[in-house]
Design a protein around this ligand. Structure first.
Ligand SMILES: Cc1cc2nc3c(=O)[nH]c(=O)nc-3n(C[C@H](O)[C@H](O)[C@H](O)COP(=O)(O)O)c2cc1C
Length: 330
């Protein structure tokens, strides 16, 4: 019987399928169900930077209104935080750790390098196995250069590495002008893992109501291609773990990401569509494919079809691009 055991961020998990940060991972009952259905790990629903800062601000106001506390003595690290919000998140981590066997990865969604980073230590104390940082600096500020935007990623990583010894995974977008160089530099800065790539709100226009609407909250099965290209290109060139996400809806697309070199995949949309029992089907289909191909472990085939240094990716892609148009017939 093939073994689906996988290593990611230095954590051992029974399957390469991780349930991505989403509404599927926001309470203990759902987490238990995900484990029972065969998830290799779970990434909790993100705590948003704005939520943390709002609570910190409120706490600051509460404390400074007391006569014996001076603003200049205020230190976020010494403050007491309110029960709701952040405390609830930390309690979820604690409960998940006490009731699940699989790794529990906490998640923060952020846009800046701020004092909130202190919360990484709270997350570590609560027992999380790792921290995934969903970091997005929208490339929409007309005055920011690419270097200005990218600096935020390195600053956040540095600050987190100073504050905590938790394994840190950065979940990033593909909106970077020199993505491969950015990934190599994050790896040199000792990021433990990269999650490629997050999926963001995309605006569409409703021509009947003349309004701007959300294009599509859930991915489609074709959306995995961009991730596959980058996993295949970067794996083998960096040391950190790689997790593939976006558009992974079938065991075929999971196997492709593993062949390209991903350590794990993260799925959400397909579970919204088919229910969490679908994880069990996916695990069984991967196992059957491994049996047919005589692979005993994930490591037997992981990265088998990754890009190698002997191929010049730029020339290869340009040739394929030209071929595609030359051979295209209606
Ligand atoms: C309803 C929903 C809620 C999500 N919430 C979060 C979140 O809180 N934090 C985060 O990092 N990603 C969030 N995501 C993104 C997913 O974690 C995942 O990266 C993305 O949906 C791509 O995977 P998929 O194609 O399998 O859906 C959310 C996705 C969905 C569909």
């Amino acid at each position: 019987m093939p073994d689906l055991t996988t290593n990611y961020l230095g954590l051992k998990m029974p399957s390469p399928i991780i349930v991505a940060s989403s509404g599927l991972t926001d309470n203990i009952e759902k987490l238990i169900e995900l484990e029972q259905n065969g998830a290799g790990a779970v990434v909790l629903k993100s705590l948003f930077e704005e939520e943390i800062l709002m609570e910190m601000e409120q706490t600051y106001l509460d404390m400074t209104s007391r006569p014996y506390i001076y603003p200049e003595n205020f230190d976020y690290k010494d403050s007491e935080f309110k029960e709701d919000g952040i405390r609830a998140y930390l309690s979820l981590i604690q409960e998940a750790k006490s009731r699940l066997q699989i790794p529990v990865i906490a998640s923060i969604n952020c846009i800046s390098e701020q004092k909130w980073i202190y919360f990484a230590t709270e997350i570590e104390k609560a027992g999380a196995d790792a921290l995934e940082v969903n970091l997005f600096v929208p490339p929409t500020n007309l005055n920011n250069s690419a270097a200005d935007n990218e600096k935020v990623y390195f600053d956040v990583l540095d600050a987190l590495k100073n504050e905590t010894s938790l394994p840190i995974a950065l979940k990033i977008s593909h909106y970077h002008s020199s993505l491969s160089n950015m990934i190599v530099n994050l790896d040199r800065k000792q990021v433990d893992g990269l999650v490629l790539f997050n999926r963001y709100f995309s605006p569409d226009i409703d021509i009947h109501n003349l309004s701007v609407i959300n294009a599509n909250s859930l991915s489609t099965p074709d959306d995995y291609i961009n991730t596959l290209r980058w996993i295949g290109f970067m794996s083998g060139k960096i040391n950190c773990s790689l997790s593939a996400t976006t558009g992974i809806h079938s065991s075929d697309s999971i196997i492709k990401q593993l062949l390209a070199g991903a350590d794990t995949v993260q799925i959400a949309s397909v579970l919204y569509k088919h229910g969490t029992e679908y994880i069990d089907i996916l695990n069984k289909e991967i196992t059957a494919w491994m049996e047919n191909n005589k692979f005993k472990t994930i490591d037997d085939f992981k990265g088998m079809l990754k890009h190698t240094d002997s191929e010049d990716m730029a020339i290869y892609e340009r040739t394929q691009y030209m071929k595609q148009f030359r051979n295209f017939v209606m």
